[in-house]
Design a protein around this ligand. Structure first.
Ligand code: SF4
Ligand code: SF4
Length: 77
């Protein structure tokens, strides 16, 4: 899987302001069946480490603070 370079170009974006990973939250990382979300060592917040996604949405739905946005490609809607 390609490692993501530009976070705004990936399908799953985490709002650093809302993410409480610094308080120990790992919900999105744990629910992702593809294991593509990780903690960004630079920010201490969750981010999409690998640009691979099934658009199954538990990361967005289960995030306690609504920090995760999954941008579903137009052709899949
Ligand atoms: S579930 Fe939400 S608050 Fe928790 S680590 Fe993921 S993005 Fe951050
Ligand atoms: S939509 Fe599904 S596959 Fe994509 S990052 Fe979220 S949990 Fe993982």
């Amino acid at each position: 899987m390609p490692i993501t370079v530009n976070r705004v170009s990936v399908p799953v974006v985490v709002d650093d302001e809302k993410c409480i990973a610094d308080k120990g939250c790992r919900v999105c990382i744990e629910v992702c069946p593809l294991d593509v979300l990780r903690i960004n060592p630079a920010s201490g917040k969750a981010h999409m480490r690998y640009d691979e996604c099934w658009y199954c949405l538990p990361c967005e739905k289960d995030c306690p603070t609504g920090a995760v946005t999954v941008n579903i490609p137009y052709l899949l809607r």
